[in-house]
Design a protein around this ligand. Sequence first.
Ligand code: SF4
Ligand code: SF4
Ligand code: SF4
Length: 272
Amino acid sequence: MKVFVIDVDKCTGCYACQFVCKDEHVGNDWSPIAKPQPDTGQFWMHLKEYIRGTVPKVEMHYIPLLCQHCDDAPCIKACDVEGVMYKREDGLVEIDADKCIGCRMCVDACPYDAIYFNDDLNLAQKCTGCAHLLDGGEWKVPRCADACHTEAIMFGEEEDFADLIAKAEILMPEEGCKPRVYYLNIPKKFVAGTIYDPAAKEIVEGATLTLKGADGATCTATTDGFGDFWFRGLADDASFTLTIAAPGFATKTIDGIVTAKDVNLGDIALAK
Ligand code: SF4
Ligand code: SF4
Ligand code: SF4
C-alpha cells in the first residue's frame, strides 16, 4: 500500500510540486483516472503558506496539501453511484472520470476540501496520485514527488517508510478518515521576545528565561547577542508563566501566556 510522507521542514516553498501537477493534468486527458484539470481554480496540489507571529518575531512555513487518500474515506461513502469513487489496491482513492455524474456529494463530504468541481465537464476532480503514470510502469513516484528537489515529498510503500511514519502526524485526526498522507515536522507554537535594559538603552545578552507550563513542565532559553529569545515546539492552547533572570537585574515574571497562536512578547524591560 502506498503512502505520501511530506517533511514540512524540507519544503522551501518553491512551488514546483504545484506547478508540475498542473503540467501533468491541465490539457491532458488521462481517463478514466482523470479528465483535464482546468488551468485556473483547481489545485490538486495546493501549497499553503503560513506566516506566524508578528514583526519582528515572524516565521514562515509551507504545507503541501493534496487528497489524503483516506482509508476510511467519507467521499467514497457519500457517492451514491456504484463504482465511481473507489480505493485501489495500492491505497490511492480515485474518481472514475467516465462515470462521475456530477452530483457533488463527494465535494461536500471531504473534510480536507480536496475535491474540486469542474463546471465545464460536470465532474468532481482531485489528486489522483498520478495513478496513470504509476500504472504505466515507468514512473515509481507521482510528478509532485519527482519534482521536489529537497525530497520533502516522498512516495512509496508504507513499510519502507515505517520509521518516518512512526514520527509523523496526520491532518485533522479528529475526522477519523485514516489518511495515507503523513506529515513530518509541522511547526508547533513559539513564544519569543527581546530583553532590554531601559536605563542603559541596551539589550540584555545572556539573560536566563524559564517557561513553565500549567502541568509544571519547564524549559529554558538564553537571550542571544540581540537580546532575543525563542521557545519553539510548544503545544497549541497551552498556558505558560515566563520567568526572566539576569545578573544585576530584578527577576521578572510574566503570567498568562497562552499559545492559541504564536506569541511575540515584544520588548521586555528589566529593572535593576
Ligand atoms: S516541490 Fe518540494 S520544496 Fe518545492 S514547494 Fe513543493 S514540497 Fe516544497
Ligand atoms: S482527502 Fe477527501 S477526497 Fe481525498 S480520500 Fe479523503 S475524503 Fe476523499
Ligand atoms: S500525485 Fe499527481 S495529481 Fe496528486 S498532487 Fe501530485 S502531481 Fe498532482
